[in-house]
Design a protein around this ligand. Structure first.
Ligand code: KIV
Ligand code: ZN
Length: 529
């Protein structure tokens, strides 16, 4: 039987905003290199438009958008700009090297936003829509206009603005549910109303950008598609402002698995979804909820006896899609201390990693050390190790060694040696418990004002010899960063995670945010070369 032909009319364009809306949410900051790696995978998996950042926001954002624009092969590279000429001009500069580029400009149109946030009258906002879209069209013929807080916008005004934006040259009209307030029926009716009433609506593609404050971002986006929307803005793992955005993996798989009732399609290679989820989770250090649809670690796990029995008889009893269709490989006992470099490289390739040179050498040495200490080395162990190795390579401060004295007889003490910009420094500190002592030692070497907001430990795999994976979130100057560290020793994993977060704060300072680390590093230690 031949597969039914897919019509271009039914194709839903995937606009990924992981690197913009996703990255701007508290704690999800990524380094420059991490952003490039995420963009490369998005391009490879078939994302149509990559919103790579908000170029005017910082030098770092500009640099990332510019570099992604240079490197991206297939996707359109998009930058965000507020309704201001300086934003649009900066955005145009950032996306210039792209093969195909887009400027995405937005302004709030709801009464509450216009009155309190913009302090502007509707007629002023209307004029800004025309002026900004016109300005953007001077740089590229692919311009997207968004009416921020669109779902709470008065309908006549919304229609007038949409019509004006299209007349000024906008080729995509995005109707965001900025505050995650709408429900599917209402969003369907809103999109249908706009498309029916706006006389030139056939000259633009309509887009959904739904937030998940009531847990309906995916359902709302799909309702929008049924009403004629042909672009969904979404993020890997659903990260984004507050409760996040519609999750890319969920919208893609919903249309694929339920094509009978949602007869639309995307160009996404779904077998890369799990890899993308893991990459973004590692880069942002945002853990993926265990029961998250499609990419959660329990999404294909069957625990109860009845379910297991059913699965053994026929997988379709409890699985509506195959794990392979989203790129899940069964957890396997992979390697041990006798595995050689060749097997290790092969394993990395199979898992989608491309390490070379020193990074590969270092990862292999660390794998051997782990295999010596740990009886079974699982895929998850290798993943934790390699993700850490990738982050480690960019860090200015690295852990060289740590010795901790703990137990019932306090105070607990820690002696840490750190490599700071290539020089070793050692210090000893005490604390209220071994983790406190470890963090105090690090803080003595890297003085800072950041506040520890989160300290979380979980086991990467099972058993008492499992690696501990520690997440640390530090907040400073109103922004927070999160990092992970993994090691069979929980305290070493804690030190790595803490240093990872400090390194992220420092790299943010380098990207032009001088408030990132309040105190310059003062070394009160013995310098050891
Ligand atoms: O949520 C929102 O309205 C946005 C716009 C910038 C599109 O992120
Ligand atoms: Zn948003």
């Amino acid at each position: 039987m031949t597969a039914p032909t897919k019509s271009e009319q039914d194709r839903v364009v995937i606009f990924d905003t992981t690197l913009r809306d996703g990255e701007q949410c508290p704690g999800a900051t990524m380094t420059h290199e991490e952003k490039l790696e995420v963009a490369e995978l998005l391009d490879q998996m078939g994302v149509d438009i990559i919103e790579a950042g908000f170029p005017i926001a910082s030098e770092g954002d500009f640099a990332a958008v510019h570099e992604i624009a240079k490197r991206t092969n297939n996707a359109v590279v998009c930058g965000l700009a507020r309704a201001a000429f300086k934003d649009i001009d900066r955005c145009a500069e950032a996306i210039k090297p792209a093969k195909r580029s887009r400027i995405h400009t937005f302004i709030s149109t709801s009464p509450v936003h216009m009155k309190y946030k913009l302090q502007k009258e509707p007629h002023e906002v209307y004029e800004m829509v025309v002026a900004q879209v016109t300005r953007a069209r001077g740089f590229t013929d692919d311009v997207e206009w968004s009416c921020e807080d669109g779902t709470r916008t008065e309908q006549d005004f919304l229609c007038r603005c949409v019509e004006a934006a299209i007349n000024a040259g906008a080729t995509t009209i995005n109707i965001p549910d900025t505050v995650g307030y709408t429900v599917p029926e209402e969003y369907f009716a809103l999109i249908k109303m706009v498309r029916d009433r706006v006389p030139n609506s056939d000259r633009a593609r309509f887009s959904a950008h739904c937030h998940d404050d009531l847990g309906m971002a995916v359902a709302n986006s799909l309702a929008g598609v049924r009403a004629g929307i042909r672009q969904i803005e979404c993020t890997i793992n659903g990260i984004g402002e507050r409760a996040g955005n519609a999750s890319l993996e969920e919208v893609v798989m919903a249309m694929k698995v339920r094509n009978d009732v949602l007869p639309y399609w995307t160009k996404i290679d779904s077998t890369l979804l799990t890899r993308a989820s893991k990459l973004v989770a590692a880069a942002t250090s945002f853990p993926v909820q265990y029961n998250k649809a499609i990419v959660g670690r329990n999404a294909f796990a069957h625990e109860s006896g009845i379910h297991q029995d059913g699965m053994l008889k026929h997988t379709q009893t409890y699985e509506i899609m195959t794990p392979e269709s989203v790129g899940v490989k069964q957890t396997s006992l992979v390697m041990g201390k006798h595995s050689g470099r060749h097997a290790f490289v092969h394993k990395l390739q199979e898992m989608g990693y491309q390490l070379a040179g020193n990074q590969l050498e270092d990862a292999f040495v660390r794998f051997k050390a782990l295999a010596d200490r740990k009886k079974h080395v699982y895929d998850e162990d290798i993943e934790a190790l390699v993700d850490e190795e990738i982050a480690h390579a960019q860090n200015r401060v690295k852990l060289v060694s740590l010795t901790v004295i703990a137990g019932t007889m306090g105070p607990q003490s820690a002696t840490a040696t750190l490599d700071i910009d290539g020089r070793h420094h050692t210090v000893q500190s005490t604390g209220n418990g071994p983790v406190d002592a470890t963090f105090n030692a690090i803080k003595t070497l890297i003085p800072h004002e950041a506040v520890l907001e989160l300290y979380q430990v979980h086991a990467v795999t099972q058993g008492t010899d499992a690696q501990a994976e520690v997440s640390v979130r530090l907040a400073e100057s109103g922004r927070s960063v999160t990092a992970k560290g993994a090691d069979p020793d929980t305290l070493v994993a804690s030190a790595k995670a803490y240093l990872g977060a400090l390194n992220k704060l420092m790299s943010r300072r380098q990207r032009g945010q001088p408030e990132a680390l309040v105190a310059e590093r003062r070394v009160h230690s013995t310098e050891a070369g």
